[in-house]
Design a protein around this ligand. Structure first.
Ligand code: FE
Length: 301
């Protein structure tokens, strides 16, 4: 695809993201974009299967999860893998669940995902969309520097027998970051009405189940159905919830695979993740990818 098409595709997504504070990018467009950013056909194929290697989750029985920390460095114009740190979301992040405030130790994302050219293209895409955009500041984050920290989660939600998969057990919530991006990888045996994402005004009450929310405070709904369907959310300006994963054939397990890219400024003093915010590169699984910026002329902010 010519460079101008890539630029105009991303500029269009960026301007709708700036205007609406969320954006939904359908599969066909997303595949075209990541291919233009270097994703190979083999790696696109591999990405559909990478979640098969997930094993467990520290707090949720119906989920299998790996995480990795990545740093966007706009000075060096690189994104790189950062060293392992434990993970925590708290009620201060608008995240109310039984494991809020609990230190979670996930299995680490490995080279099968981080060296995938399609995954790497998703990082570059995300940066091109949010770079230079003004957002509502979260308390206790450091907005003075250039760096961004991105926690990547590779998640498989499973409904199997009595185990009901909740893509967001926490109900209405935020992810404790500035820019959330979710990219769908695939599903098996999932009903049509499963796993709908709802976006809510900030006045919606944290922890409300998706079916109990106030329709007057619901800004939008979106559903990830096709490979690489992607949703971007300004995380401190809109809350979100996700409906239950139902099995089409109740005799067989249903699965839904997703990547979540949770990107925020580094923490400042007094933040609950202050001890878990190292900028050091990963010593055993390095990865560095050059970033690209959208031309100034193609930007609105
Ligand atoms: Fe979330």
């Amino acid at each position: 695809m010519p460079n101008e098409t890539l630029t105009s595709d991303i500029a269009e997504i960026r301007s709708s993201y700036v205007r609406d504070r969320f954006a939904f990018v359908p599969s066909v467009k997303m595949v075209r974009i990541v291919q233009a950013l270097g994703a190979t056909d083999e790696d696109l194929d591999r990405l559909t299967m990478v979640s098969d290697a997930l094993e467990g989750d520290p707090t949720l029985p119906f989920r299998r999860t790996r995480t990795g920390r990545f740093g966007f460095d706009p000075v060096a114009m690189e994104v790189r893998r950062l060293e392992f740190q434990p993970f925590m979301l708290s009620t201060e992040d608008d995240f109310v669940r039984h494991d809020s405030g609990k230190v979670r130790i996930f299995d680490e994302i490995r080279d099968d995902l981080q060296l995938n050219t399609a995954l790497q293209a998703l990082f570059v895409f995300k940066f091109m969309v949010f770079d230079g955009m003004k957002v509502e500041h979260r308390p206790k984050l450091d907005y003075d520097g250039d760096r961004w920290v991105c926690t990547l989660l590779n998640v498989r939600t499973v409904t199997d027998g009595d185990l009901i998969g909740e893509p967001a057990l926490e109900g209405v919530h935020s992810d404790g970051v500035d820019h959330t991006m979710t990219t769908y990888l695939g599903s098996a045996n999932m009903t049509e009405e499963s796993a709908v994402t709802f976006l809510h005004e900030m006045d919606e009450v944290n922890g409300t189940r998706w079916h109990d929310t106030n329709p007057e405070l619901t800004r939008a709904r979106a559903q990830h159905r096709d490979f690489l369907d992607t949703c971007l959310i300004v995380d401190h300006e809109l809350k979100h919830s996700v409906s239950t994963l139902y099995a089409a054939d109740p005799e067989r397990p249903a699965t839904r695979d997703l990547l979540a890219f949770l990107t925020r400024r580094p923490v400042a003093g007094g933040h609950h993740s202050q001890a878990f915010d190292s900028p050091a590169p990963h010593p055993a699984m390095p990865m560095t990818v050059p970033l690209r910026a959208l031309d100034e002329t193609a930007r609105v902010s």
